[in-house]
Design a protein around this ligand. Structure first.
Ligand SMILES: *Cc1c(COP(=O)(O)O)cnc(C)c1O
Ligand SMILES: [Zn+2]
Length: 428
């Protein structure tokens, strides 16, 4: 991996050679999350926007392999991850007084959430490390993603999930044949447990943030957003050869903060390569019942000054009392000039049918939170009419049918005859 200079601690800035540390900065223990540092000059010599424009999209995230922390000849799992659709959403934009709102539909990934991006990379890294078994703690989606990607690559996986996770996520996971242990505790408890178990059993650990490559998988969505904005027929923001378009603002639902940190990393890569000209403002959206990062942002705290808070929200995928990628998550918003926003569970639930009815995209609560955050930003005057805005929809509504059912009215039951239908439809 001669395109990688090393791994840099997000607390002390110490840099390590890739082979010298396993996951975190030795000086800072489990909190010493590392950031992969690239040699952009080397990458520039290997890949360009023009080359990518001629490269097939059906390899998903692997079309960006020269920008990812993997060996060039490492085999990748067969399941197709990424290159998810970016839809223009004029009927969502208009009532908000906006002109250009786009939805990135990551529910279209193979296990139906954004987590596939990180798990695909983790599976490649696990195989590079010669591991037979991969493990992770998860609120549910990372579990399903790792189970699916591991199944496609023929790896074993053992996954720790809070026993309250939604049934659909547990069902996916078990069907993929992964070992699952339901933890009698919170996601934060499951996370701590996984650290101990992985060390004890010598398993490859995919835990979000703790494994520095998870955010590297997630950054691919930022690349796709820019490339898709540049070339979408009828909406192209083509900037000339060798350049991609960047949105003005991106709304990201935030739990552990790995997605938002990854999105920022992706844009930072593109700026460093000269492929985009400006950093989009990154807007982090949390559920009011799990808003540790909004608090820290408002109070001007650093990630390492944060402490565990209670977390309770219907949006299970963004329920995290002590967000694991808090350093990167705060940096993403601060350095990009974005903001953190809080939305209530009711606002999240209300957003599910609004998105569905105006775009056809069915979202789980955590994904809908991103759109609820856009509504909140407009109320607060934080989004301007002419801006190009992308809302990251991170997971499919099929992941949590129970929540969707809370947002709709039960259909009427009719006798199987025409008269009954006429009566219900109000026709004589
Ligand atoms: C995990 C997840 C998130 C939040 O990502 P973090 O990296 O934990 O901030 C948002 N939406 C969905 C659907 C997720 O699965
Ligand atoms: Zn450190």
């Amino acid at each position: 991996m001669d395109h990688i200079l090393g791994l840099k601690c997000t607390i002390c800035g110490a840099e390590y050679a890739v082979d010298d540390v396993a996951y975190v900065c030795p000086k800072h223990g489990d909190d010493g999350i590392l950031d992969v540092v690239y040699d952009y000059a080397t990458i520039k010599g290997r890949v360009s926007p023009i080359q990518l424009a001629h490269s097939p999209a059906d390899t998903g995230i692997w079309r960006y392999k020269p920008l990812l922390p993997v060996e060039p000849d490492s085999p990748v799992p067969p399941l197709r991850v990424g290159w998810t659709p970016l839809y223009a959403a004029p009927r969502l934009a208009e009532p908000l007084g906006l002109k250009h709102v786009w939805l990135k539909d990551d529910g279209m990934n193979p296990t139906a959430s954004f987590k596939d991006r990180a798990s695909a990379l983790a599976v490649v890294k696990a195989r590079e490390a010669g591991a037979q078994t991969v493990t992770t703690a998860s609120t549910g989606n990372a579990a399903a993603a790792l189970a699916g990607l591991a199944a496609s690559a023929g790896l074993q996986s053992v996954i720790f999930v809070p026993k309250t996770a939604p049934q659909a996520k547990i069902a996916q996971h078990l069907t993929y044949g992964a070992r699952m242990l339901l933890v009698d505790g919170t996601y934060d408890d499951a996370f701590e447990l996984t650290l101990k178990v992985a060390r004890e059993f010598g398993w490859y650990n995919r835990n979000t943030a703790y494994n520095p490559y998870t955010s590297e998988g997630k950054k691919t969505a930022a690349y796709e957003i820019c490339e898709q904005l540049t070339f979408t027929p009828g909406h192209s923001l083509y900037q000339g050869e060798g350049k991609w378009a960047a949105p003005d603002r991106v709304f990201v639902p935030v739990g552990d903060g790995c997605i938002i940190g990854g999105i920022y990393k992706g844009f930072r890569d593109l700026l460093a390569l000269g492929w985009i000209d400006a950093m989009p403002k990154i807007m982090g959206v949390q559920a009011a019942g799990s808003s540790a990062l909004v608090d820290a942002w408002e109070r001007g705290l650093q990630g390492w000054e944060m402490t565990l808070q209670p977390a309770n929200t219907i949006a299970d995928s963004i329920s995290a009392g002590l967000p694991r990628d808090r350093n990167k998550a705060l940096t993403a918003v601060r350095e990009s000039g974005g903001a953190y926003l809080r939305v209530s569970d009711q606002e999240i639930l209300d957003a599910i049918p609004v998105i569905a009815r105006n775009t056809g995209v069915f979202s789980e609560p955590a994904a809908a939170a991103a759109y609820a955050g856009l509504v909140k930003a407009v109320e607060k005057g934080l989004a301007a009419p002419e801006e190009c805005i992308v809302v990251l929809l991170t997971g499919s509504g099929l992941k949590d049918v129970g929540s969707a059912m809370k947002t709709v009215v039960q259909p009427p039951i009719v006798a199987p005859n025409l008269e009954a239908v006429k009566a219900v439809m109000g026709r004589e």
